[in-house]
Design a protein around this ligand. Structure first.
Ligand code: ADP
Ligand code: ASP
Ligand code: MG
Length: 429
């Protein structure tokens, strides 16, 4: 069975016209068995996040934003399948459960509530796409991903139970592909063993697609984006960024781990483990080849630049100026793991330990409070982590001329720096 997986992100299904384009890409693919993973439309996840915040904040009515979300989806349905009342009702019914939740007071945790509400974005987008594929005459089926991706109950950052998920996906999809050419399902979400909806972390739909590709031993996974492929830098920051035709899995893991937003970092490993070809292609120019990520190795990459914004530097020193010893480090790492703070760079000196971490305010503040009981701790926010793979001195110079380097590390292929943009520096009197 020649099976492939396609993943379409929010930008590719942002409105009815965009869904038509996706329909055309799927229709003309000619793939015998195609599993399609889709994200919520446009910025719907952000809007649903606002609904949850409004519900807990009690100042704004959460139904204001929810009704806007419903309206935009209703308009898409009316444009894509105007005569199919059943399909329209099917899409709108998906909102009912969360409307009930929003009407009641609740003592559920924020994270649990978030997952139940925010996941509706993917449920409705996948239903809209699947109904539309039927209007194109394709044999398609809507699969509720919560029947197959099993996770633990770490809401908002759920961990996949790979064994159970692999069993469920292979059994379920084998049956579905006997009767259908296309199976459409949701990215980003899963289900706990108690049947509660969970989410895999923001931007997690690429990862969902990789889970399916792995579990189905797919021939290829194609991630459709609004860019021509993986570029040497984020085109929003560098207009002269150029497309990389081919990348090794290793290179892609390094780039995405340090913040290249084009693919979710967790996507690469599952496909690498089964040597599945990973294509990143443009949904605007679907006939162009994009970037192929596979086992290919080359020594001749151009400099690749990755900026991770929103970094903070934590400087941790012993209170009595004694050396930072192994027992201190083990205590620090225990706390980092407990508060799930993500460390991007670190360095120890005789009496201090320096860490660059992703600045998730709640998590970092909780970590600081705990650390301060044992250490002197300072925190500097608003920094950037600059990673240059295959660097040369010219590239370093051009990128650091308007920045202050707070600390750096050089390896043969990679230079990393925590930097502060000059504009944010306060001039001394
Ligand atoms: P999705 O629609 O799947 O959610 P995203 O918007 O998350 O897609 O990711 C695509 C965006 O990633 C592009 O629009 C681009 O601005 C950004 N990006 C960041 N780094 C790179 C890079 N190195 N190559 C290509 N795109 C990049
Ligand atoms: N819709 C989710 C998000 O915006 C997942 C994804 O798009 O990958 O984070
Ligand atoms: Mg995205």
């Amino acid at each position: 069975m020649a099976l492939e997986v396609y993943k379409f992100g929010g930008a590719s299904v942002k409105d009815a016209l965009a869904v038509k384009n996706v329909g055309e890409i799927i229709h003309s693919s000619g793939i015998e068995n195609l599993l399609v993973v889709v994200s919520a439309t446009g910025k719907t996840t952000n809007a649903l996040q606002q609904v949850v915040k409004d519900y807990f904040g009690k100042e704004n009515d959460p139904f204001v934003t929810l009704n806007e979300i419903k309206k935009s989806h209703l308009e898409m349905c009316l444009s894509l399948f105007p005569d199919n009342k059943e399909a329209l009702e099917d899409v709108l019914d998906s909102f009912v459960e969360i409307e009930w939740m929003l009407e009641e007071d609740s003592d559920d945790s924020f994270d649990y509530f978030y997952d139940q509400v925010v996941s509706v974005g993917e449920i409705v987008s996948s239903k809209i796409l699947e109904h539309f594929l039927k209007t194109l005459g394709l044999k398609s089926f809507w699969l509720d991903v919560r029947d197959v991706i099993l996770t633990d109950n770490t809401f908002r950052e759920a961990k996949v139970d790979w064994k159970e998920t692999e069993d469920r996906i292979s059994i379920k999809c084998k049956d579905l592909f006997e009767a259908n050419q296309i199976v459409v399902t949701q990215g980003f979400i899963g289900s706990s063993s108690e049947n509660f909806t969970t989410t895999l972390g923001r931007e997690g739909s690429d990862f969902s697609a990789a889970i399916f590709a792995y579990c189905l031993s797919a021939k290829a996974l194609t991630i459709w984006k609004d860019v021509p492929g993986v570029l040497t830098a984020d085109p929003r920051l560098f207009e002269n960024a150029s497309k990389l035709d081919r990348l090794s899995y290793r290179e892609a893991i390094e780039m995405t781990y340090y913040g290249a937003k084009v693919i979710h970092p967790k996507t690469i490993k599952p496909v690498q483990n089964k040597s599945i070809a990973l294509h990143v292609k443009s949904f605007v120019e679907p006939d162009k080849p994009g970037t192929l990520i596979d086992e290919h190795t080359t020594e001749s990459y151009p400099p690749i630049v990755v900026f991770e914004h929103n970094q903070s530097l934590l400087r941790i020193a012993t209170k009595d100026f004694s050396f930072v010893a192994e027992d201190h480090l083990s205590q620090i790492f225990d706390l980092i793991a407990r508060f799930r703070v993500k460390v991007k760079m670190m360095k120890n000196t005789a009496v201090s330990f320096i860490l660059s971490v992703d600045h998730d305010e709640t998590k970092v503040e909780a970590l600081m409070t705990e650390l301060q009981q044992f250490f002197n701790v300072s925190l500097e926010t608003g920094l950037e982590l600059l990673t240059i793979r295959h660097y040369n001195e010219d590239t370093i110079k051009s990128l650091t001329s308007s920045r202050v380097i707070l600390f750096e590390e050089r390896l043969p292929n990679t230079i990393q720096m925590v930097v502060k943009p000059i504009a944010t520096l306060k001039l001394k009197d």
